[in-house]
Write a protein that binds this ligand. Structure first.
Ligand SMILES: [Fe+2]
Ligand SMILES: [Fe+2]
Length: 340
């Protein structure tokens, strides 16, 4: 299609005009008299084709119904200007042109986890093989022997937005917290077998809740049942395949799923009732929060950016050794001048 995107860098540069190819990640009509015709999320490729930049976008006027005809997961040539809205940059679209694209081109606009799925899956296999309690070990290996679960877990995003919202994001997020759990179990004297299984299972239901296709839409099962029920259901089906699997272990495994949001206000029907369940909740939360902070780009060139989920300002320079070295240097320079 031969159109380069400058939207990936529009926030950093002074250029306020944007013209580039983008994937329609979400689209719905505005409601009310003063609302835009279409409210969209567009995904542009970053500078030099590296990385992605997701923009909230608004099409205020759509007399020919071009915006309304776009389907989620299609490519468009988007033209417009960058405006500030609620501290965040937003695209005010002036023109949208639908583009014909191959499946391969469309896939290239869907962010993927940097963790290769075969490496992630084999690391999880190794964790399950390392469990010492025989019933729990058997359970873990039985779960991972299910080809449907393996292929879904390789691709599923961990969320529609906020954290690990990429193809393979659930695997990356799950492995990240299992690695953390493996390290903290001896420090906090936690039951390592239960903790590692709880971490593996906590969001497993997302395999069926969120589609890994463009837009990461909620599935019918996801909307009707939610990932906690879907996870508990998968746990029961796996336990049913193991002769004499202890009922108390089945309940403890389901408890990890039901309590992992930590509070009833956040959708957990029960609060964590064991130290391992509390650890699953905390590690899950930690992984999500750190990911969301890292995803914030310093939009104004000063390293500061806005994280929508917590409504907080994030300073990316605060953990960048190169940026900190420069700041330290300029501090020394100015104090040296003062002394002279
Ligand atoms: Fe969850
Ligand atoms: Fe999670």
């Amino acid at each position: 299609m031969g159109t380069s995107s400058d939207a990936g860098s529009a926030g950093k540069s002074q250029t306020k005009e944007v013209r580039g190819v983008a994937l329609v990640k979400s689209r719905h009509p505005g409601s009310g008299e003063k609302a835009p015709a279409q409210i969209m999320t567009l995904v542009f490729k970053g500078e030099g084709g590296k990385g992605f930049r997701e923009w909230p976008a608004r099409l205020w006027e759509d007399p020919r119904g071009v915006g309304a005809s776009l389907s989620v997961g299609s490519l468009v040539l988007a033209e417009g200007t960058v405006v500030r809205h609620n501290q965040e940059p937003q695209l005010r679209l002036t023109r949208l042109t639908p583009l014909k694209a191959s499946e391969e081109e469309i896939q290239s606009y869907i962010p993927q986890s940097s963790l290769p799925s075969n490496i992630g899956m084999s690391r999880i296999d190794v964790f399950m093989e390392s469990l010492s309690e025989p019933h729990l070990r058997r359970f873990g290996l039985e779960l991972l022997s299910d080809p449907e679960i393996r292929s879904l877990l390789e691709k599923a995003p961990a969320a529609k937005r906020n954290h690990h919202a990429v193809v393979g994001g659930l695997l990356e997020h799950t492995l990240e917290i299992m690695e953390m759990g493996d390290r903290i179990a001896p420090v906090l004297r936690l039951n390592r077998d239960l903790l590692l299984l709880g971490l593996l299972l906590h969001d497993l239901g997302k395999c069926w809740e969120i589609s890994s296709k463009p837009g990461f839409a909620y599935t019918d099962d996801g909307r009707l049942l939610g990932h906690m029920f879907l996870g508990c259901d998968a746990i029961r089906k796996t336990a049913d395949r193991i002769p004499d699997f202890p009922v108390i272990l089945l309940k403890l495994l389901q408890h990890f799923v039901l309590s992992h949001h930590g509070e009833m206000a956040y959708g957990s029907p029960v609060l964590p009732a064991t130290p391992e369940a509390m650890a699953v909740h905390m590690l899950d939360n930690l992984s999500g929060q750190i990911y969301a902070m890292r995803a914030v780009k310093g939009a104004d060139g000063d390293g500061w950016g806005y994280e929508r989920n917590r409504g907080a300002q994030i300073w990316s320079r605060g953990s960048d050794p190169v940026a900190l070295a420069k700041l330290t240097e300029s501090e020394n320079d100015s104090s040296g001048q003062g002394a002279g």
